[in-house]
Design a protein around this ligand. Structure first.
Ligand code: ADE
Length: 250
């Protein structure tokens, strides 16, 4: 997979992209992540990327041009074919294994199900919005989807883009060491994950549940399932109910 990130603050990504699992995924060539500074695509002599809104009102709005040009560049880099990239200029990525995504609080909320769909793409282009907003033509004629990471407003799309990248990259085949670690995590089967313990079995009087030390794998499985159900019912009754609708849990 290739991920292009369009931002006016590329420096914000250094720590996240160059540490831990995301760094290893790039070194193993499971993903190629490319940062583009939107300012580099401004045709303004001062490299301006925003302006006052037509019709008046507070704040500034991001210009469409640098964003359209940055997306064209990201497409051309991926395909190695500038003409092809230009041809699709005002159409969305219909049918292609590619998504152009704007991070925005007005978007559809990111969840594990949509993350899994995204992880099947060949190329994802992430646009980090800023200021009061972004020219509507970017949303109407360029972007395939708007994605939010939650019902709260951040200062820009950079942190949401990092969350998005982390969430998608760990799902790519070969990125996490053990395949199993994906199967038993939170949100699988609409359940939150069961509690985990490691050595020592007794830490200052705080005991690990006896069943986990029993060596009886059936009992351990049963206990984990029960704990998952308990914690999901308590903390995320909405998630539990939507899981119940889909499957009758055994
Ligand atoms: N930009 C600002 N807030 C955001 C959010 N919650 N999700 C995605 N992008 C954003």
């Amino acid at each position: 997979m290739r991920i292009d990130i369009l931002t006016i603050f590329p420096g914000m990504f250094n720590a996240v992209l160059n540490e831990s699992i995301i760094k290893r995924a790039q070194l193993k060539e499971k993903v190629k992540i490319v940062l583009h500074n939107i300012r580099d695509f401004s045709l303004d002599k001062h490299c301006k990327v925003d302006d006052r809104p037509f019709g008046g009102g507070p704040g500034m709005v991001m210009h469409p041009e640098p964003i359209f040009r940055a997306v064209e560049h990201a497409l051309a880099c991926a395909s190695g074919n500038k003409a092809a990239a230009r041809k699709r200029r005002f159409g969305r990525s219909r049918g292609a294994k590619r998504k152009i995504i704007l991070l925005s609080p007005q978007g559809k909320r990111l969840d594990q199900k949509s993350a899994k769909k995204m992880a099947k793409m060949k190329q994802i282009i992430l646009i980090c919005g800023h200021y009061e907003g972004i020219d509507e033509r970017v949303k109407r004629f360029l972007v395939d989807e708007e994605v939010s990471i939650g019902d709260y407003v951040l200062t820009g799309g950079e942190l949401p883009a990092m969350v998005f990248v982390d969430c998608i990259v760990r799902l790519l085949p070969g990125v996490l060491g053990e395949k199993k670690s994906l199967h038993f995590e939170s949100f699988e089967g609409n359940l939150l994950e069961y509690p985990q313990y490691t050595r020592p079995a007794n830490y200052k009087g705080m005991q690990v549940p006896q069943v986990l030390l029993s060596g009886d794998h059936n009992k351990i499985q049963e206990w984990r399932k029960e704990e998952s159900i308990k914690i999901t019912k308590k903390r995320r009754p909405d998630l539990f109910r939507s899981g119940e609708k889909k499957v009758k849990r055994g």
